[in-house]
Design a protein around this ligand. Structure first.
Ligand SMILES: N[C@@H](CCC(=O)N[C@@H](CS)C(=O)NCC(=O)O)C(=O)O
Length: 384
């Protein structure tokens, strides 16, 4: 057998793995997928990346890349991509980066809620899916079941830490249901978020909208029954071709005039209402942590050790309900992509982009910066 050009280590049930799998297929990049129980992952990948995390790609020359943002950027920089997922138009680029963050980080709470709060409905499917890795390693069903109790319990226990409690669930569900409705109206008339072709915006959303929200029994039913065009888009995102039979006149490109579909407006307004307050809270929390003497020497892991990814819990308001949730410095890495792209624009373009963002209540995002920056080095988040 010849060595595969690219190995994707991850799982069908994995939130971020689906994002990379979708990207590889859309770009026509050949790959093989391996589960985390694969001996190469344990022997070679884990020691190099210093923690258990999915997905990771391994190139034929042994290069490892972890983190979906870095994976996409690595593949684009090294000439593997058939097209760039970062639009050339300044407004399109900024909106794509903002939606990447909203669809990725901003939907993790909904994804985790609909997977684990409806656990009994999802249980059989989840045990099958989480069992794949152990089964591929040849373990007995008894051993698998025991390990599943532990691992699924560990993931389930994240709910309160992510702000999913009896008090917050009505607000979490209302925000998600409204977003589904706005996206359904959009995907009825457009194949992808920015128009005729996928961008980082689509890849951000597919993280949560494939493995969890589009595939676990409870949320998949909800999506199919109430937002069938969104479900169709999740299918479209997992094919190698554009998959647009219902849009026979659609071309695989964005507007050359740097215009955006009007149906994105309601999606962006929901981002301003339901997600921007959390992003602002994260920045204030990190600034307060730094001011209180948080250890942030340049080049050191954001949480002190590679395995520690959060700094504590902060509070924000979601539709009038207080939500207390973990704060991840990694989010600054996502936010910086937006503010850096905005800073790089010439003044007239900044004004045009600002005006569009302001129309949707999102202009604050373009200049929102913490006192320190986060970089990625050696596969982990570090203080810059
Ligand atoms: N920011 C990372 C996040 C990757 C991530 O958080 N992966 C999750 C599963 S999909 C993980 O491996 N978590 C391990 C754990 O919580 O123990 C990316 O974009 O790749």
């Amino acid at each position: 057998m010849t060595t595969p050009p690219l190995t994707l280590f991850g799982a069908p049930v994995g939130l971020y793995t689906g994002k990379v799998r979708s990207y590889l297929r859309k770009q026509g990049i050949p790959y093989v997928e391996r589960l985390p129980s694969d001996p190469v992952f344990e022997r070679e990948v884990m020691p190099a990346i210093k923690r258990f995390i999915n997905p990771v790609i391994r190139m034929a020359d042994g290069t490892l890349v972890q983190d979906t943002v870095d994976i996409i950027d690595y593949l684009e920089r090294h000439g593997h991509a058939a097209f760039s997922v970062y639009p050339a138009g300044p407004l399109q680029r900024l909106v794509a980066l903002a939606l990447d963050m909203f669809g990725g980080d901003g939907q993790v709470r909904a994804a985790m809620h609909y997977r684990w709060s409806y656990r009994s409905y999802n249980e059989r499917f989840l045990r099958h899916e989480f069992g794949l890795s152990y089964r591929a390693a040849g373990q007995s069903e008894e051993a698998i079941n025991q390990q599943l109790d532990g691992f699924m319990g560990y993931l389930n226990a994240y709910l309160p830490k992510l702000g999913i409690t009896a008090d917050s669930v009505p607000a979490v569900e209302a925000a998600y249901v409204d977003l589904l409705a706005a996206l359904d109206a959009h995907f009825r008339v457009q194949p992808y978020l920015l128009g005729g072709m996928p961008t980082v915006a689509d890849f951000g959303f597919i993280a949560n909208f494939f493995a969890h929200l589009g595939r676990d029994p409870f949320p998949a039913d909800l999506m199919k029954r109430t937002a069938p065009s969104v479900f169709r888009w999740t299918e479209r995102m997992m094919t190698a071709d554009p998959d647009t039979p219902e849009f026979p006149h659609s071309q695989f490109r964005l507007s050359e005039a740097d215009e955006l579909p009007p149906t994105l407006g309601p999606v962006l307004r929901l981002m301003a209402q339901d997600y921007l307050p959390e992003v602002r809270m994260g920045v204030s929390f990190i600034d307060a942590w730094l001011a209180a003497g948080g250890q942030a020497a340049p080049g050191t892991p954001v949480g002190g050790k590679p395995k520690v990814r959060t700094l504590g819990q902060g509070r924000f308001q979601l539709r009038g309900t207080e939500v207390q949730t973990l704060v991840w410095p990694y989010n600054l890495y996502l936010l910086q992509r937006i503010t850096d792209a905005f800073d790089a624009l010439a003044q007239p373009e900044q004004s045009r982009v600002s005006a569009y963002f302001a129309e949707h209540g999102l202009d604050g995002l373009l200049t929102l910066k913490a006192q320190r920056r986060v970089a990625r080095s050696g596969h982990i988040e570090v203080w810059e």
